[in-house]
Structure formats: structure tokens, C-alpha cells
Ligand binder design. Structure first.
Ligand code: PMP
Length: 417
């Protein structure tokens, strides 16, 4: 028995799909302790959009540690935080004409979501939230209350309340007009809906099965929120920081959410960091009203600043992400057409892509077959029916082709097509 099986809690999960011991990683490849190399189509569940140990981030991080820069800073003013804020305004907010105050909650996506929900309740004086079918927002109680997955919700052990689910885009296969039910229950004095403080939405549902909402659906949602005086929270924890192409996933819809949650790839180095972006008029927090020990992860500020300078000074990364995403879509369309013995649907946007199997078990089997060929991928969706592909945005064209060939071979080997 290994030390992991002996000592680590049964809650461990990814290691069950990939039972090897990883040691080093560079770019899009990880190496295990036996020297085997694995191609990464998982990217730390979206936390490694620039790959492993990107040199343009590693150098300033090492220099910062060498000169004894502050590592832990609560929410004290530090040079590293100041430089991050200046760079975030210069590279991200100003070029997009966006005006947000920046809150540093605790360093995880769930922390950002908890904070957003609390703030929306404080601003509006209302407690009810609207969430969407198959949403995923994190594992803490507030975030779980707006998360769809019944197994994850079951882990709460207490009633998850104050959230009402609405159908996400395409929930009824396009047969029902957008927001038919939502508008109706908002307007009907007999509907029993509690007036909502906010709507929380992902523009592409990652854990929910790589479900992209259409641009017009997102615009319709923003318009509905405006008309009914409901705050709009976009959870960009997984799809932000370039995963779908632009820095923010909602940019393509031209909408401006009231509150935005960012985490995962914002530090660019896999170092924990999260942001809540708040329209200035809604920054109604009192000092310390939401806090946490690990809000000032200064090494993460250093790598985040370097990442914004390296990757967001022009639109080269956005363009290459869109081009690589189209290449994945093309390869997946071919796989779907070539697979005669199973029903396969192609899904996604940018470099968040998925292959959905009508026979749910096949998705996991394809991921296992890919792992045998040393490619890392995970499944998502309510029945784990989607083979989910999130390569580093910086993956080379050759590596992308290598991985796509492994996927095609893995699908063939599992379906016998
Ligand atoms: N929101 C979304 C959209 C996510 O995908 C995730 C993580 N998969 C979270 C929130 C929670 O982030 P964390 O695991 O860092 O708490």
C-alpha cells in the first residue's frame, strides 16, 4: 500500500483516475517519478492556462523569493499587490472600458463565489438567488446552494436553501423560448418566487458538461436582470482568463456583469488567488466584513502581474486560442462522424471543448484509454458523460495534434468504430 492509500483521505479523486506519482512539469507535459511523460489536456482544471512553470512567470517569482519579498500579507498594502492592481487596470480593465473595484477574497473560486453572494444580498437586502440547471460554483455551503450536481449537494449535510434553479440555455433542446419560465414566475404575483437578489451564471458551464450559452441568451439574461432590478453575477472562475479566447468569457456578448468571480488561472502559475470584481456603486462592503487569512498571497500577485504583461499586452493569445479551439472542434467533428457505434455530440467554445457520449459510461472509458496512452483528460456533466478537454492555451500545434490523435485512437478503441 502506498503512503497515499495509507494516509490520505478517501475523498481523494483525480489520483484514482491517474494512479501514478507525478514529479515535474514543464509547459504542456508532466513527468512521473519513473520518468514517463504525460501530455496535459486538463491544465489543473483550468488553473494552468499558460502551462506548467511558464518561464516568463518563473523568473520574476524566483527573483522575488530571492530578495525576500513579502510572501504572506493578509490585506496589507504591499509592492507586489500594488503592481498587480496597476497592471490589472492597465492590461485588463482600461482596454475593455470596464470599471470595477477589485476585492481579494480568500484564494479559491468558492471564496470568490461566497463573497459575491454575500455582497449581492447586502446590496439588495434580499436573500433569494437564481441559479441555473447544471451550474457549478464550488464546495462551500453558499456556493453549493447554487450548484446543480446532486452528489456534491448531498455532501453538504444540511438543507441548501435560498436558491431557485432556472433552465440554462438549451435545457429544453431549443424547444422552449428563452426565459419563458423565468419571466413568467417573476411577473406572476401567484408564482411564489421570492424576489431574487441576484442571478449567478457561467457563460460556459465547465463542470456541468461544457455547455456554452449562446451570445443572445447571455444578452437576454443581462437585459432581464436590468428590467427586473436583479444583480448579475458572472462566475468566470473556470472560463475566464482566456479559456474561451477573450480575457473575460462574457466579452463576446458585450454585457457588463455587476459582479465577476475570477480565480484558477489568474495567478498563472497554479498559485492560489481569487478576485471579486465589483461595479463601484456596489462596493458596499464595510471594512473587514468579509475577510480571510490568505487574501494576500504575494507570490501569486507577482506571477499574476508577469502573466498579464506577458500574455495580455496584445491579442495574440486570444487569437491563437480561438484558432486552436477551431482545430479541436474540427477534429472532434471528424471523430463524431467516424464513430458509427456510439452517439457522440461535439460541444464547447474556445479551448474549452467536450465530446458528449449518449452512453455516459463511454466518456470515462475514453479518458481511461487516453491515460493508457499518457494523455490526461477528465470527464464532466451530471452523469460524467462528457469527455472534457482543457489544454494549456500555450500548447504547441504539434502537441495539440498529438493529443487529438490520441483522443481519436482512444475513442476508436473504446467504441470499436
Ligand atoms: N466556479 C466555477 C465555475 C468552477 O469551475 C469552480 C471549480 N471547478 C469553482 C467555482 C470553485 O473553485 P475552487 O475549486 O477553487 O473553490
Amino acid at each position: 500500500m502506498t503512503i497515499f492509500e495509507d494516509l490520505e483521505s478517501e475523498v481523494r479523486s483525480y489520483c484514482r483516475s491517474w494512479p501514478v506519482v507525478f514529479d515535474t512539469a514543464v509547459g504542456s507535459r508532466l513527468t512521473d517519478v519513473d520518468g514517463n511523460s504525460y501530455l496535459d489536456f486538463f491544465a489543473g482544471a483550468g488553473a494552468l492556462n499558460y502551462g506548467h512553470n511558464p518561464p516568463a512567470l518563473k523568473k520574476p517569482l524566483i527573483e522575488y523569493l530571492q530578495r525576500d519579498g513579502i510572501t504572506h500579507g493578509l490585506d496589507m498594502y504591499t509592492r507586489a499587490k500594488g503592481e498587480f492592481l496597476k497592471t490589472f487596470r492597465e492590461k485588463v480593465l482600461a482596454p475593455r472600458g470596464l470599471d470595477y473595484k477589485v476585492q481579494f477574497p480568500g484564494p479559491t473560486g468558492a471564496n470568490a463565489v461566497e463573497s459575491a453572494l454575500k455582497l449581492a444580498r447586502k446590496i439588495s437586502g434580499k436573500e433569494a438567488m437564481i441559479n441555473f440547471t447544471n451550474a457549478f460554483h464550488g464546495m462551500t455551503l453558499g456556493a453549493l446552494s447554487v450548484t446543480g450536481n446532486s452528489m456534491k449537494r448531498g455532501g453538504a449535510g444540511v438543507p441548501l436553501v435560498h436558491a431557485t434553479p432556472m433552465p440554462y440555455d438549451n435545457y429544453f433542446d431549443g424547444k422552449v423560448p428563452d426565459f419563458l419560465w423565468f419571466e413568467r414566475v417573476l411577473q406572476d404575483q401567484g408564482s411564489s418566487l421570492n424576489e431574487p437578489a441576484a442571478v449567478i451564471v457561467e457563460t460556459v458551464q465547465g463542470e456541468g458538461g461544457i455547455n456554452p450559452a449562446r451570445i443572445e441568451w447571455l444578452q437576454g439574461l443581462a437585459e432581464l436582470c436590468r428590467r427586473h432590478d436583479i444583480l448579475l453575477i458572472v462566475d468566470d472562475v473556470q472560463m475566464g482568463v482566456g479559456r474561451t479566447g477573450p480575457f473575460f468569457s462574457f466579452e463576446i456578448a458585450g454585457i457588463e456583469p455587476d459582479i465577476v468571480c475570477i480565480s484558477k488561472s489568474i495567478s498563472g502559475y497554479g498559485l492560489p488567488m481569487a478576485l471579486v470584481l465589483i461595479k463601484p456603486e456596489y462596493d458596499q462592503w464595510g471594512p473587514g466584513e468579509h475577510n480571510g487569512t490568505f487574501r494576500g498571497n504575494n507570490p501569486a500577485f507577482v506571477t499574476a502581474t508577469a502573466a498579464l504583461r506577458e500574455y495580455w499586452s496584445d491579442d495574440a493569445l486570444e487569437r491563437s486560442t480561438l484558432a486552436k479551439g477551431e482545430r479541436v472542434e474540427e477534429a472532434f467533428n471528424k471523430i463524431a462522424a467516424d464513430t458509427r457505434t456510439a452517439e457522440v455530440t461535439v460541444k464547447g467554445r474556445g479551448l474549452a471543448r467536450g465530446l458528449q457520449f449518449a452512453d455516459a459510461d463511454l466518456a470515462g472509458k475514453v479518458c481511461a484509454a487516453a491515460f493508457e496512452r499518457r494523455l490526461l483528460m477528465e470527464t464532466s456533466g451530471p452523469s460524467s458523460e462528457v469527455m472534457k478537454v482543457l489544454p494549456p492555451l500555450t500548447i504547441t500545434d504539434d502537441e495539440l495534434e498529438e493529443g487529438l490523435a490520441v483522443i481519436a485512437e482512444s475513442v476508436r478503441s473504446v467504441t470499436g468504430s
